[in-house]
Design a protein around this ligand. Structure first.
Ligand SMILES: Nc1nc2c(ncn2[C@@H]2O[C@H](COP(=O)(O)OP(=O)(O)O)[C@@H](O)[C@H]2O)c(=O)[nH]1
Ligand SMILES: [Mg+2]
Length: 300
């Protein structure tokens, strides 16, 4: 049987940092010796910071679709995604020469309904994984400044959960731009409260909405907690250590770490080493980017 190729499906709301991530991640992976190909599937990405191996712009342009069919940007994008699904052979033939020896990064559009509601992208990913023996993990970026508003934080949790359930891929949720986490104000809780999603009941008491909305918020939080699937890792794309930690997590989720001799050796080192993952994921990040944590409320 053909050996599988590995990669990441990079998704998240507009502005969450997907294109910057694909650029930074491809540079980081190249530095550690992987041959990387970035595939731009966002027809709205006009100027790209990275060199892309495949560009949806060569198949269809959002501006053409909007003009020809009198569609707005969101409708136009759905048209483009349907068009990719219909022309999957085009994408498959472009990817075929790459999968032999490349690690793939897919840069997707930011319209989140494409990932928790519509089925075109899911169908495209499923087909590629099957036909080209790809092992892909979804890397879902959410801007970390959303943590400073309980309503926005809960909507980010719901979005993460529904995307996980819809795509059915190995999935890593990421609070991106962690260097800016307190740029919209100091957070009520320590970073671990937001990354681990362990007890949301504390959140609603900081929510100043009416009693009616408080009940709705409680019900939504219960749904998220009952599934128990959502947690976050953190990322500052400019910080090598932060990217390195995320790569290790993604390698475990898509199975890269179990493929090939080198990664098996790498994995055995990780397995026996006494690295305190949680410290590097949360406490060290908090010390670096969030000041005065003595004043934070205690969620326990
Ligand atoms: N401070 C900071 N800014 C970031 C980071 N990642 C992305 N950005 C900025 O966020 C903005 C949106 O990024 P972009 O990659 O275009 O988002 P996309 O719409 O999800 O593709 C850009 O101005 C980036 O420079 C990060 O880790 N830290
Ligand atoms: Mg982009």
């Amino acid at each position: 049987m053909e050996s599988p190729a590995f990669g990441q499906v990079v998704i998240g709301p507009p502005g969450s940092g997907k294109t910057t991530y694909c650029n930074g991640m491809s540079q980081f992976l190249s530095l550690i010796g992987r041959k990387v190909a970035v595939i731009n599937l966002d027809p709205a990405n006009e100027t790209l910071p990275y060199e892309c191996a495949v560009n949806i712009g060569d198949l269809i342009k959002l501006s053409d679709v909007m003009g020809e069919h009198s569609l707005g940007p969101n409708g136009g994008l759905i048209y483009c995604m349907e068009f990719i699904e219909k022309n999957i052979d085009w994408l498959e033939s472009k990817l075929k020469p790459l999968v032999k020896d490349h690690y793939l990064l897919f840069d997707f559009p930011g319209q989140v309904e494409l990932f928790f509601l519509h089925s075109n992208i899911k169908n495209v990913i499923t087909r590629l994984m099957k036909k080209l023996h790809l092992r892909l993990a979804a890397v879902h970026l959410v801007d970390s400044h959303l943590c400073s508003d309980p309503g926005k934080y809960i909507s980010a949790l719901l979005l993460s959960l529904s995307t996980m359930l819809h795509l059915e891929l190995p999935h890593v949720n990421v609070l991106s731009k962690i260097d800016l986490i307190e740029s919209c104000g100091k957070l009520d809780f320590n970073l671990a409260f937001y990354t681990d999603v362990q007890d949301l009941s504390h959140l609603r008491y900081h929510d100043d909405h009416s009693a009616k909305y408080r009940k709705l918020t409680k019900e939504l939080c219960d749904v998220i907690e009952n599934y128990g699937l959502v947690n976050f890792t953190t990322l500052d794309i400019q910080d090598k250590e932060s990217v390195d930690n995320l790569v290790k997590q993604i390698d475990k989720s898509n199975g890269y770490i179990f493929a090939g001799i080198n990664s098996a050796v790498e994995f055995s080192k990780i397995a026996v080493s006494h690295v305190n993952w949680d410290y590097y994921r949360v406490a060290a990040v908090q010390e670096k980017y969030m000041k005065d944590d003595d004043e934070k409320l205690d969620a326990d």
